[in-house]
Write a protein that binds this ligand. Sequence first.
Ligand SMILES: C[S@@+](CC[C@H](N)C(=O)[O-])C[C@H]1O[C@@H](n2cnc3c(N)ncnc32)[C@H](O)[C@@H]1O
Length: 281
Amino acid sequence: MPDHLLAVDLGAREHYADAALYDFEYRRRRADVRWYRDLAARVPGGAASVLELGCGSGRVTVPLARDGRRVVAVDQSEAMLAALEARRARLPAAVRDRIEPMRGDLRQLDVRGRFPLVIAAFNVLEHLYTRVELDACLQLVRRHLTPDGLFAFDVQLPDPGWLARDPTRRWARTRFTHPTTGEKIWYSTSHDYDPVSQIAVIRLYYEPERGGPEHVVLLSQRKYFPAELEALIAHAGLRVVERHGDFQGGPLGPGAESQVLICAAARSSTGRSRRKSIPRR
Ligand SMILES: C[S@@+](CC[C@H](N)C(=O)[O-])C[C@H]1O[C@@H](n2cnc3c(N)ncnc32)[C@H](O)[C@@H]1O
């Protein structure tokens, strides 16, 4: 495999190999969890079951199950699924039994059933690196939606300033205590962005304060620009029902942190368009 493709492939996995560190790094990320829970409640009739793509260690999965929803939770990372399993083991039996963890690759997934809600929370789709990979996943979503079902996801809004940063410089330098080893670590990042493939390969550096070799973790993300994303969604037979720039319902515009989208099937089998809007709570 050519080096750049190897880096992209490693970058879909390495960041998720240490699930305890992942959970620590994103422990304050809460607004999105609230938003996905509220959406599941807003789906007319309530979303009794949810298909969650790229569930990770269960940050969103567990709150949805606590709300009474059955969640089929798919991820390709063994480490993240092991962390979800450990979380499940600590839950009351009724909640635990509503979570069905499943190891699978979003590009070639085989799931059963249809769902009133499919979600891919926190940049999961940025791990689908080509049009073909994203299309395979969106087609899968479409096949697994109930006639009135919704597909909700968020990806970052590409920031031209960030993409153009000098790849030889280190950014975001911070110090933290590793949640498992207790070691004091200096963290920093750098990245290369390829404007043709629209893939950023990010290097996350973990440098022990006491000295010794630094650990470098790759994270690769496909950047999706808003108009392109809308076209790809339409190409897969879906359409955008709502689009926001954050999890408070703010507009998607310059400086927005994310693209938060709710989609539905574009047409019914009779050719009529389906859902027009989702009730507010
Ligand atoms: C940023 S994490 C988000 C995890 C979780 N949704 C959350 O909100 O914390 C992205 C997840 O996507 C998973 N992932 C990446 N590529 C995948 C693929 N091709 N198939 C299945 N899961 C994938 C990773 O293993 C990781 O758990």
